[in-house]
Write a protein that binds this ligand. Structure first.
Ligand SMILES: [Zn+2]
Length: 397
């Protein structure tokens, strides 16, 4: 019988916004130079594919899938996607990430082709579309986690705008013309006007930084500029006041679909997304911002955040509701010596956050904290916890 369970080794991404402790500690490695360990990627993305350990040695997962696609992915997933449809990540967010929006699948394909026709190289700094795919995301908090998630509901946003003197003009525009005209005004405003409106708010937030609570948008404004008052203010600061500021507790999740503006502010999480790198940015970044393109994709309405708690499937799995067919995520919470049986209907990746898991199917494999496994489609296997276990599973529903 051919083996269908492999140890999987992911890749670390050292983006500047990452923390320097959580991921190295979880992986059990030293980080004497305090390098930022922002993300740990598990999947077959062309720019950072994981490797799997086979009896003949380590193989790049992307290559392995190319060689035996149906065997690894399963017939159905292979026919629908032709590749592993998801990318699984662990994140340690120390500093805020850019405010961003992801395109729908149709819009991504259209945008990608248009940029190709224009002859923009795929790695060009001003290229918006890196592939033809959408990039919905679902995440589960591994610690207290703070993020911006969609526009405030109309009444709340109006109240917020009315209560801040600097936003008086914007309050009028929003009242009369709604979300789109108001957001467009802010995103296209000349830089001098941005500075004029936001500088007093930044200064005031910095002055009060020690007394601010994390529920207060001013806290995140002050954190973004720490001790130095800049001459020019990033217009992304507006969105800290306009969006839902969410606090997820450990174990809570959230889904972000196409068109929903969002930004991670702080905390550790596990994130699962479609295999794509299509990001349109709207601030809190020195990177390229294409305002007309961005405005095409933002869904202009208030968002009522739906915090996911997971649904118990009776087999130790808390399944978080994903709104897309590309991926699903569940948390495996087992007591010591608990054992359950599963059948994989697609490729699955299991990653252990805490504890030790013994996988038994076509072969036996033990994975502990900091380790992951790939399970090919059509495997009948058991998971037994050697001690209290917290693991996450990514799969195609
Ligand atoms: Zn995103």
């Amino acid at each position: 019988m051919q083996e269908k369970i492999f140890k999987l080794k992911g890749k670390v991404m050292h983006y500047a916004w990452g923390g320097d402790r959580f991921i190295p500690q979880w992986l059990g490695i030293n980080n004497p130079d305090h390098k930022p360990f922002a993300e740990y990627w598990m999947g077959a993305h062309p720019s950072a594919s994981s490797t799997i350990n086979t009896h003949t040695g380590p193989i790049n997962l992307q290559d392995a899938i190319r060689e035996m696609p149906a065997f690894i992915l399963g017939e159905k997933v292979y026919e629908s996607y032709g590749e592993l449809p998801f990318l699984f990540k662990i994140l340690d967010v120390r500093d805020a990430l850019s405010i961003q929006v992801h395109p729908s699948k149709t819009a991504a394909a259209k945008g990608f082709d248009a940029e190709d026709i224009m002859g923009k190289p795929i790695n060009a700094k001003d290229r918006n579309y890196k592939d033809r795919n959408h990039k919905p995301e679902i995440m589960v908090a591994l610690s207290d986690f703070w993020l911006l998630h969609g526009f405030l509901q109309q009444i709340e946003l109006q109240k917020r705008l009315d209560s801040i003197k600097a936003f008086n003009d914007l309050a009028g525009i929003f009242r009369e013309k709604g979300y789109k005209a108001f957001y467009k005004e802010v995103m296209q405003m000349p830089q001098e006007k941005v500075d004029y409106m936001l500088l007093p708010l930044v200064k005031s937030a910095l002055k009060r930084k020690k007394t601010l609570a994390k529920e207060d948008p001013d806290y995140w404004v002050a954190k973004y500029y720490l001790d130095k008052i800049p001459t020019h203010i990033d217009r992304g600061i507006f969105s800290i006041y306009f969006f839902n500021l969410l606090h997820l507790k450990k174990g809570e999740g959230i889904f972000q679909g196409a068109g929903l503006p969002h930004a991670y502010l702080e905390g550790k999480n596990i994130e699962l997304m479609a295999n794509s790198d299509n990001v349109l940015r709207a601030g809190l970044t020195p990177k390229h911002i294409d305002v007309p393109e961005l405005l095409k994709h933002v869904i202009f309405k208030g968002t009522d955040p739906r915090i996911l708690k997971g649904i118990d499937d009776g087999k130790g799995n808390l399944v978080y509701e994903s709104a897309v067919p590309d991926f699903g995520i569940s948390a495996l919470k087992l007591k010591k010596e608990e054992c359950h049986q599963y059948i994989s209907t697609s490729s699955e990746i299991i990653v252990v956050i805490e504890g030790i898991a013994e996988l038994k199917g076509s072969r036996k494999l033990t994975i502990k904290r900091g380790e992951a496994a790939l399970i090919c489609a059509g495997e009948n296997y058991t998971i037994k916890s050697k001690e209290k276990l917290l693991a996450f599973k990514a799969f195609v529903p």
